[in-house]
Write a protein that binds this ligand. Structure first.
Ligand code: CA2
Length: 143
């Protein structure tokens, strides 16, 4: 089983600022957690982070026919991107949306998710562990 983990803008800055919202862990900690989870679960996993909406759309399109499941934290594009929503719908690969923070408890504009409309599940407010939970959920869903 092959999974693609996508992270949107500024998530590569994790741990550098706003630890009160996103925790103290760094992006490199996240990459280690993904690698460890994939190893434990016997999965092939590719990760990709971009600050550019079109690059995330390209990566979703490239996954067509090659990837069994997508874990996506679109970051700020969550609240604006119909392009990412349409890409997820176009490839029709089961996808789980992850948010490190509890977006429901934040500003009203963070309570809208366009990509989430094409996802089978959304995990929010669980910190980095949300990514591990998303991988386990997808694995179970596809088994
Ligand atoms: O909670 C999440 O995972 C978010 O997707 C994170 C996004 C935010 O725009 C979403 O509303 C919720 C922001 C990611 C930027 O991360 C930062 C990292 C370091 C310093 C500041 C922001």
């Amino acid at each position: 089983m092959k999974f693609l983990v996508l992270n949107g803008p500024n998530l590569n800055m994790l741990g550098i600022r706003e630890p009160g919202i996103y925790g103290k862990s760094t992006f490199s900690d996240l990459l280690n957690l993904l690698e460890e989870t994939a190893r434990e679960e016997g999965l092939e996993l590719e990760q990709y982070q971009s600050n550019h909406e079109g690059c995330l759309v390209d990566k979703i399109q490239e996954a067509y026919g090659k990837v069994d499941g997508i874990v996506i934290n679109p970051a700020a594009y969550t609240h604006t991107s119909v392009a990412i929503l349409d890409a997820l719908k176009a490839v029709s690969i089961p996808a789980v949306e992850v948010h490190i923070s509890d977006v429901d408890a934040r500003e009203p504009f963070r309570q809208i998710s366009y990509p989430g409309l094409a996802c089978i599940k959304t995990i929010k407010g669980q910190g980095l562990d949300g990514y591990r939970q998303a991988i386990l959920y997808l694995k179970q869903y596809l088994s």
